[in-house]
Design a protein around this ligand. Structure first.
Ligand SMILES: O=P(O)(O)OC[C@H]1O[C@](O)(COP(=O)(O)O)[C@@H](O)[C@@H]1O
Ligand SMILES: [Mg+2]
Ligand SMILES: [Mg+2]
Length: 324
């Protein structure tokens, strides 16, 4: 039975990086515990507040954020944190080498209906000096990530982790309170016949996305020549996990509902970590026009269109964008 720390040591992760990951996992175990209690712990429902992005916060968005923030501030290796649920970056320890960005609870519309949610995280090295509340330190492209992962809180809690040496799955053994290795070197099948997109936004998409989905729906008779299945869990963590297990393509493209927004999903908390994981697992990730991890962020809460999953299918969507 191999634990996360043993795999990290084997893969040559430094003591400092292992410490940061282990602190994140302490927080995730606490969140998993609270989720499993649900209504009993009085943690369901919404707060009276909105986050900086104008979204109503669920009680568990706030609780999960506080759990992770509190634990990460205790690790001397963490310089600062940025979270979907914090207005600004937060300083931790001035000598810390690492910056952590996270979406404490992803898919939060699923909480009250007892469906899958997750925590997504990404770790960057702080370049140069400066307090961890300096936003500029965080504005690094996804290519600089030294680790990324998520915990899917489903029937079991599963950690998916990469430090740039492939992607491994770990399952939380609640008897011993540890994540143990359950699948190594995950590789997403290159081809797929399964797509995931919120179809209710169809009329707001750009033409390349309209064309691609319309061709998927035409099945064997259409230009793509295959019959597709569709899934939409409304929880990116669950969606990406399904793709890692059996292939598929996930899309949250730009749409004209709010033309000023580049997309719904966030670059630093969702786009970059998921792209790192997917690319490390033989997949591909793009906005449709450029690799997500090549984007130079200009602000921490920046949004991005996301298309990721099975390599050949993602490249097909990229071709639709090139051809207009
Ligand atoms: O409600 P929609 O439009 O289906 O959007 C679902 C998407 O929004 C998200 O829930 C956004 O994440 P948060 O719950 O962290 O805001 C993704 O997990 C999911 O893919
Ligand atoms: Mg999210
Ligand atoms: Mg969230």
């Amino acid at each position: 039975m191999l634990r996360v720390d043993e795999i990290l040591r084997r893969d040559g992760a430094s003591d400092e990086l292992r410490s940061v990951i282990n602190h994140i996992l302490v927080g995730c175990k606490e969140i998993a515990h609270k989720l499993s209690q649900g209504e009993l712990a009085g943690i369901l429902g919404s707060t009276e507040t909105e986050n900086v992005q104008g979204e109503t916060q669920k009680k568990l968005d706030v609780i999960s954020n506080d759990v992770l923030k509190h634990i990460l501030k205790q690790d001397p290796n963490v310089r600062g944190i940025a979270s979907e649920e914090e207005d600004n970056t937060v300083a931790a320890n001035d000598d810390g080498k690492y910056l952590v960005t996270f979406d404490p609870l992803d898919g939060s519309s699923n909480i009250d209906v007892n469906l899958s949610v997750g925590t997504i995280f990404s770790i960057l090295e702080a370049q140069g000096e400066g307090s961890g509340d300096n936003m500029e330190l965080f504005l690094q492209s996804g290519r600089n990530q030294v680790a990324a992962g998520y915990v899917l809180y489903g029937p079991s809690a599963i950690l998916v982790l990469t430090t740039g040496k492939g992607v491994n799955f770990f399952t939380l053994d609640r008897h011993i309170g540890e994540f143990v290795l359950t699948k190594e070197k995950v590789c997403i099948p290159e081809d797929t016949k399964e797509f995931a997109i919120n179809m209710s936004n169809q009329r707001f998409w750009e033409k390349p996305m309209q064309d691609y989905i319309s061709h998927c729906l035409q099945g064997e008779e259409g230009p793509l020549g295959k019959r597709y299945n569709m899934r939409w869990v409304a929880s990116m963590v669950a969606e990406v996990h399904r793709i890692l297990v059996r292939g598929g393509i996930f899309m949250y493209p730009w749409d004209s509902r709010d033309p000023g927004k580049a997309g719904k999903l966030r670059l630093m908390y969702e786009g970059n970590p998921m792209s790192f994981i997917v690319e490390q697992a033989c997949g591909r990730s793009t906005t449709g026009r450029e690799d997500i991890m090549d984007i130079q962020p200009t602000e921490i809460h920046q949004r991005v269109p996301v298309v990721l999953g099975s390599k050949n299918e993602v490249e097909t969507v990229m071709r639709y964008h090139q051809e207009g």
